[in-house]
Write a protein that binds this ligand. Structure first.
Ligand SMILES: Nc1ncnc2c1ncn2[C@@H]1O[C@H](COP(=O)(O)OP(=O)(O)OP(=O)(O)O)[C@@H](O)[C@H]1O
Ligand SMILES: [Mg+2]
Length: 250
């Protein structure tokens, strides 16, 4: 069964129609790439799924149940986590603090309640230890990490919290080749946990390499929804620009 489904999702910002009736679904363990030109509506779609914006039309369902009053809090309850390009990491906090960020385990009760630093350190060491990317130390300040290491921290957060659906909005956009490779490896780790992943990227070769399925958005509408092994890079580029249509779309 689909983990998450959208039906006729619409988003209007005043006169701009950013999403025009998008039907979409993703299943557990699936890696779906969402591609499209600048302004096609990709980030808007991710924001709607993560509850950051309220779509102006259509529905979102999780395991068949409609999601009403969607918000970042309900998204979190449903096991949906978003990693944005700018990541939302706090520069002046450590790796461990960023991984928890408001969800620190506590011990004790009432006025004796304290953050359980020992448990935090152990959990973080475990989740970072399970990554193929090297992050210096849970105590390192995020400000000192490279772009790829930061992405690894953000993705570790998803792993630690056992997210069911992770939305990655251009995780490699600002990175060099080697750092991008690290992120690809981290995405693989996440996938190994069985999470569903929605990956937004302009890097078509990377998309072709990683995705099970590719969804193309064009001017807010879904232009294609194809298995990655049934298309070429050239097909995808043509679908993005509108040079090609897929006529056998359901
Ligand atoms: N907060 C907003 N207010 C008004 N218009 C917006 C807002 N956010 C996005 N838009 C518009 O909605 C459309 C889709 O934008 P969106 O950011 O979703 O595109 P995108 O596919 O993520 O593009 P990119 O590849 O450049 O990141 C664009 O026309 C954009 O200008
Ligand atoms: Mg975007």
């Amino acid at each position: 069964m689909s983990l998450l489904t959208t039906t006729g999702l619409e988003m209007r910002y005043g006169a701009i129609q950013a999403l025009r009736g998008v039907d979409f679904d993703i299943s557990a363990g699936e890696l779906v790439a969402l591609v499209g030109d600048n302004g096609a509506g990709k980030s808007t779609f991710v924001k709607a799924l993560s509850g950051v914006i309220q779509p102006t039309g259509g529905t979102i369902a999780c395991e068949g149940r409609p999601v009403t009053a969607h918000s970042p809090a309900t998204a979190r309850e449903l096991g949906i986590e978003t990693v944005y390009q700018d990541l939302g990491l706090c520069e002046n906090l450590t790796v461990a603090e960023n991984i928890y960020l408001g969800r620190e385990p506590t011990r004790g009760w009432g006025p004796w309640r304290r953050v359980d630093r020992r448990r935090m350190a152990a959990e973080v060491a475990e989740v970072l230890g399970g990554l193929s990317v090297n992050v210096p130390s849970p105590d390192a300040k995020v400000a000192r990490l490279s772009g790829g290491q930061r992405q690894a921290v953000a993705i570790s957060r998803c792993r630690l919290w056992r997210r069911r659906l992770v939305l990655l909005d251009e995780p490699t956009a600002a990175l060099g080749v080697q750092e991008s490779e690290r992120v690809v490896t981290t995405i693989g780790d996440l996938r190994g946990d069985g999470a569903a992943i929605l990956l937004i990227s302009h890097d078509i070769p990377m998309v072709m390499r990683l995705a099970d399925r590719i969804v193309v958005l064009r001017k807010g509408a879904k232009a294609a929804d194809v298995r990655a092994d049934e298309v070429t890079e050239h097909d995808i580029v043509a679908l993005i620009t509108g040079a090609k249509e897929i006529s056998d779309e359901p």
